[in-house]
Each structure stands twice: as structure tokens, then as C-alpha cells.
Design a protein around this ligand. Sequence first.
Ligand SMILES: [Ca+2]
Length: 80
Amino acid sequence: MRLLTAVLILFAILPMTKADDACLVAYYSFDDGTAKDLSGNGHDGEIHGCSVVEGIIGKALKFDGINDYVEINPSFLLKP
Ligand SMILES: [Ca+2]
């Protein structure tokens, strides 16, 4: 369930390209190989098991489909 939640959150935020949107709750580019929230709201994630690889722009996360996920505290959804 936690993995599904993380995947859904990632898909919800991936289409966003700017970190200065007033409605933005969290933004993760993974360009620096971390799950730092670039929205400025401090909702940093924690990477579990994923490999950090070279992406098209900066770094990216590689999931092996078994037990890799990015954990984000769900309480932030209640505190935009
Ligand atoms: Ca794994």
C-alpha cells in the first residue's frame, strides 16, 4: 500500500515542471539523486532501495520492481 501511495504521488507531481507554482504541495526532480522537495514546503522523501542513475537531466531513480520505493510522509497532504 505504501508503494502504491508513493507511485501515485509521483505520477501526480511528475508532469509539473516548475517549482514556483502557488498550488504546488511538493516537487521532486531527483536531479541531485535525493528525494528533496523542491517546492520549498519541506516535504522531503526518503529513498529505499532505488539505484541512482544518470538521467536525461541530472540524476534519476531506477526501480527494480521488487522492493524499491520513495517514502513521503502522507501527513503533508493535509497541510498544503
Ligand atoms: Ca530492490
